[in-house]
Design a protein around this ligand. Sequence first.
Ligand code: SF4
Length: 235
Amino acid sequence: MRMIEIKGFIKTSMVDWDGKVTSVIFLPNCNFRCPMCHNYELILNPSKYQSISISDVKRYLEMHSDFIDGVVITGGEPTMHKDLSSLIKQFRDMGFQIKLDTNGSFPNVIRNLVEKELVDYVAMDVKAPLTDGKYKKVAGVDVEISRIRESMDYLMKSGIEYEFRTTVVPTLHTEEDIIEIAREIEGAKKFVLQKFEPKNAMDEKLRKLKPHDASYLKQLAEKCKCFVSKIKVRA
Ligand code: SF4
C-alpha cells in the first residue's frame, strides 16, 4: 500500500502542543485555500518538497523517546488522506501521544480516529462564524458548514481533549465575528485566539497587513469569556 508522503518534519518542538515536547509531521494538500495560510506551498506545490521517509521519522522518534512526549500531525489538512490512521498507528504503537491539527471538514475521519483511540488531542480551526458567506471569505472556498458543525459538536461530546482555534486577521474578522464564534462554541473546553503572521500569507495583499497585537487579542478574549471559560491567546 502506498503510504502518505510526509513533506515536513520538525524534530523537536515546544510550541505545537501546550505543555508537551513533540515532533511535528507535515502532510501535503488541503481542501481549503485560506488567504492567511502560511503553509500554502505545501498545499499548492507539494512536489516542491522532498518526501521524508517514515522509517527516518520513526528512527528519530525511537532514539529520542526519552524526551519526546508526542507526535503532532499537521499540514495541509491531514484528514484528507485515506491512510492517515495507518500512519498514526505506527507512532501510536511506539508509545507516543498524538495531536491532530484539522480544519474540521471531514467529521467522519475525526470520529473514526477518536473512536479507535488513535488521537489524544484535536486542535480544530474555526475559521469564521458559521455562515456560508463568512466561512467562504476566510477559508477561500465554499465550505459545507454542516460538516464543520458536526466536527465541532462531536468533539464537544466526545470526552477527548481538544481546542477550537481562530487565527484573527484584521481584514477578515471583525470583533463581532470573534465573539460570534465564541457564542457558537459556547461551553467548549478551550478556545485559542491566534495572532496572524503576515509574512508568508498565501494572499499577497495580506503580507503587508499589520496584525493585531497581543493586548488587542487579550481584550477580545475577555469579551469571549462569557461563552468559553478557558481562552488562550497565542501571539
Ligand atoms: S485549512 Fe490550514 S492548511 Fe488548509 S489552506 Fe487553510 S490554513 Fe492552510
